[in-house]
Design a protein around this ligand. Structure first.
Ligand code: ADP
Ligand code: MG
Length: 349
């Protein structure tokens, strides 16, 4: 039951493969404590020029899915045990390390939460950016430097010509994140995965970095996967949303309907935990309980121990992804109830 594929929508126009199409992906970590099932049949797709936001609490398998897509899974202990990662219709999981390395950076790139640990501390920012052009494009030192300055200007780092000589630690958090974005877009990849790119930044800087990402995605017509645990930041930038829980997709939707009427009690809980300016003083709603231990995912619906709508069926039968309408799916047996009841789950008896 746990390994049954989730029936996700096949939205791509007939005859045209989406840029990225992840199918029935399974990843597990083999640890001394046991096998942690981190990704359990994830399916999502992204087209060129489209932004998919992937949401879910910490530990829901968002990053591990991204690492499997990029081919940077920590292995061992992590292993992809099933599924496909189709990039222009080609399954990346069947490629060798060298072929995957060539795709990484040049055709798909990743932006991480913590630029300080992903940039090289002993190389100047200019050398790191320039290296992309020397290694991948065979440009001369001088040409590479000029391209590095252009890139820094493109991500709006002030005084790029001077700052290019500086080291990562000499940049503020927001500026460092811009450097990492510059590295990611240097070779004009078709797909960018941004994993909590603004989580470590303060709110104003968050918005600026998010705007920059959205703008670049538009300019280069890239596919963008934006991983976040914060529903608040995605409304303006994402086209569609996939919500993850315990390594599964539990809801998919275009952005706007999900805010109006989530079709899964878990999404509803996430929505209610966004601080709202119009409800100052109201206690923040948090989903009760904790995410499951991935060594022992509850049978049936993994969310059932925390779910206000749960009943016997939820404890025994794992829900497939039900089709809510043409564009939406929900892995809740009682999605009609979830979508129709306009109260926080906590308000239920
Ligand atoms: P998130 O949704 O917060 O990005 P992750 O994808 O990072 O969650 O992790 C999902 C789960 O995968 C973790 O809770 C953990 O159980 C497991 N996991 C991730 N990385 C490792 C690792 N290097 N070793 C063992 N288990 C891991
Ligand atoms: Mg993560």
């Amino acid at each position: 039951m746990a390994t049954s594929p989730q029936t996700a929508p096949q939205d791509a126009p007939a005859g045209e493969a989406p840029l990225l199409d992840v199918r029935n992906l399974h990843v597990e970590f083999r640890t001394r404590e046991g096998v942690a099932k981190a990704v359990n049949g994830v399916e999502y797709a992204v087209s060129a020029g489209e932004t998919l936001a992937v949401l879910g609490e910490s530990g829901s398998g968002k990053s591990v899915t991204a690492q499997a897509i990029m081919g940077i899974l920590d292995s061992p202990p992590g292993f992809v045990t099933g599924g496909q990662v189709l990039f222009h219709g080609q399954d990346l999981l069947t490629l060798g390390n060298e072929q995957r390395r060539r795709i990484r950076g040049a055709r798909m790139a990743m932006i991480f939460q913590d630029a300080l640990s992903s940039l090289n501390p002993v190389l100047s920012v200019g050398d790191q950016l320039g290296e992309m052009f020397r290694v991948h494009r065979g440009l001369s030192r001088k040409e590479s430097r000029a391209r590095a300055i252009e890139l820094m200007e493109r991500v709006r780092i002030p005084a790029a010509r001077e700052r290019i000589k500086q080291y990562p630690h000499q940049f503020s958090g927001g500026m460092r994140q811009r450097v990492m974005i510059a590295m990611a877009i240097a070779l004009e990849p078709e797909l960018i995965i941004a994993d909590e790119p603004t989580t470590a930044l303060d709110v104003t800087v968050q918005a600026q970095v998010m705007d920059l990402l959205a703008e670049l995605r538009h300019e280069f017509h890239m596919g963008l996967i934006l991983i976040t645990h914060d529903l608040g930041v995605v409304a303006d930038v994402a086209d569609k949303i996939a919500v993850m829980y315990a390594g599964r997709i539990v809801e998919t939707s275009p952005v706007h309907p999900i805010y109006a009427a989530p079709a899964h009690p878990y999404t509803k809980g996430l929505l209610h935990s966004i601080p709202r300016l119009d409800q100052k003083g109201r206690e923040l709603y948090a989903i009760r309980g904790l995410p499951p231990n991935l060594l022992h995912i509850p049978p049936g619906c993994a969310f059932n121990p925390r779910c206000p709508l749960a009943r016997e069926r939820c404890r025994v039968e794992e829900p497939p992804l039900y089709r809510v309408d043409e564009q939406r799916t929900s892995a809740c047996h009682f999605w009609k109830e979830a979508i129709g009841v306009d109260r926080a789950p906590a308000d239920h008896p």
